[in-house]
Design a protein around this ligand. Sequence first.
Ligand SMILES: [Zn+2]
Length: 107
Amino acid sequence: MAGILFLGWILLAALGLTIMLAKGRTSCGLIILILLIPIVGLVVAVVISPDPEREKAKALRKGDAVECPACFSLIDPRASVCPNCRAEITTGLDMRGNKIRQANIPS
Ligand SMILES: [Zn+2]
């Protein structure tokens, strides 16, 4: 009986830690919670939102989004106006021929 409880504890903790790592959340508090009370830690790991900086880096890497040159929020690569700061986005080429985005901030 104790072996089954221990195995369940290990499995729940492993699942909680896996979900936590997949979401990019690596706080000591959450790790301790998952290890000490795996069922509560698992629920917290499922409910907690993914790390916003990690999600931002992932979207930029995949090309699903670009940073607004004015406010640095994520926007659609085809957007001509930033939905966050209302800056007009224009694209052009720099001196080396690289594509760049510029913002004209409304006054
Ligand atoms: Zn913006």
